[in-house]
Design a protein around this ligand. Structure first.
Ligand code: ADP
Ligand code: MG
Length: 384
């Protein structure tokens, strides 16, 4: 890399409110790669998308991200006047050694999400080497992660490599006992992951909103809880399938009288959910049961909060599971936007082996999908 220009595609898609960066997790996760490249390359360019702009949108400029990146990374950043083109080439050529040139939001270019060849050529013209580190977008074939990789020598960055290692290990499932904890809102979002992992695991513990469709299929009356009627037959077949008895459903839940932070609520066994009751968290007996399986496991993957953890009254289940995952001595991975937010909110992220920076990409891997952003690097590897 020495004497060369290197473009790093990071995932710096942080929450932005009124030009102010919210959670900096994705920025800090990207720094190891960027700093390593800085120590070895002559010129460093960092590219990322930010939000979903429809064309150029000043509210989604990379300016505040570039500033925070420099502050947290301890280096000077220069914001490029666009994503591709001669002005960008000039900015890169004129940057001082050690400075990091941050491109504007890659989605300001319409060609980005279409993986347009002209856009990919424009990105390739900026650099000698491409470092692919945006695991969070690896399930998309865009110009800034796939198109560019087809055009210049490319390698996976530190973060990308560590994410691939973590999900490969979960897919291999050699560590036993192997426990997966699934939660979150809807079963339809996560069915692919559950079906693909179920044969590989020892136990699949299910909480969150999705558990009620399963409980319904198992014959329980779930009252007014989140329920997906169109999924009942599918999940019923899953429960009756060869590996169905590995699925563990809650034995008690917290029911509320309405969907509100300050709703009246109480613990009930699952056989006693009232007709107008809304299940908004798993109950303490379930937390205890799930926790003992998690603590004894050699490998744990957790995705999806156990309840509406955004509201304090319904946070206990997610808190209990976060605590168990953090206390387990096994190999532990937390993935998913809201589950990662939950473990960080509870301050337990350092007690987990791997906190994934990519929600959808990790879940896509666990469904058994081939991710275009990873496949392109493997193709290049083989061809090299
Ligand atoms: P992740 O981002 O970790 O993959 P999801 O996006 O699938 O998780 O689900 C997170 C959402 O699920 C949260 O906003 C949470 O409030 C909601 N949720 C969890 N349990 C319930 C429930 N029992 N009823 C309704 N919503 C729930
Ligand atoms: Mg989510």
């Amino acid at each position: 890399m020495s004497g060369r220009t290197v473009l790093v595609r990071s995932d710096l898609n942080v929450p932005i409110d009124d030009g102010v960066v919210g959670d900096t997790f994705r920025i800090t996760s990207s720094l190891a790669t960027i700093n390593e490249v800085r120590s070895r390359a002559q010129r460093v360019i960092v590219a990322s998308h930010l939000g979903r702009p429809d064309g150029i949108d000043p509210a989604l400029s990379m300016a505040p991200v570039a500033q925070v990146l420099g502050e947290l990374g301890g280096f000077a950043t220069v914001l490029a006047p666009g994503v591709i083109g001669t002005d960008v080439v000039d900015t890169i050529a004129n940057a001082a050694e050690g400075d990091v040139v941050v491109l504007e939001n890659t989605r300001f270019e319409a060609g980005e999400t279409r993986n347009d060849p002209v856009m990919a050529d424009g990105l390739a013209d900026l650099t000698d080497i491409f470092v692919s580190d945006a695991f969070g977008t690896a399930h998309r074939a865009h110009a800034s992660n796939v198109g560019i990789a087809e055009r210049v020598p490319s390698v996976a960055g530190r973060l990308m490599a560590s994410e691939i290692d973590a999900f490969d290990r979960l897919l291999l499932g050699r560590d036993r006992p192997y426990v997966v904890v699934m939660g979150g809102a809807k079963i339809s979002d996560k069915l692919g992951v559950i079906e693909h992992l179920l044969p590989k695991v020892d136990l699949m513990l299910i909480g969150g909103g999705m558990c009620f469709t399963l409980l319904g299929a198992a014959g329980y009356d779930v009252g007014a809880s989140l329920f997906e009627p169109s999924m009942v037959d599918t999940v019923g077949r899953l429960l009756d399938s060869e590996h169905g008895d590995k699925i563990v459903l809650p034995r008690d839940v917290i029911v509320a009288d309405r969907f509100a932070a300050d709703a009246e609520h109480r613990i009930v066994p699952i056989a006693e959910i009232p007709g107008d009751g809304i299940g908004l968290d798993i109950g303490p007996a379930t937390v205890a049961q799930f926790s003992s399986a998690i603590v004894e496991a050699e490998a744990v993957f957790w995705n999806g909060p156990m309840g509406v953890f955004e509201w304090e009254a319904f946070r206990g289940g997610t808190e209990g599971i976060a605590d168990a995952v953090a206390s387990s001595d096994g190999y532990t991975v937390v993935g998913g936007g809201d589950s990662v937010a939950a473990i960080r909110m509870l301050g337990r992220q350092d007690d987990v082996t791997h906190v994934s920076s990519g929600g959808g990409a990790g879940l896509a891997m666990l469904e058994g999908a081939t991710l275009p952003g990873i496949a392109v690097l493997e193709r290049k590897d083989r061809d090299a």
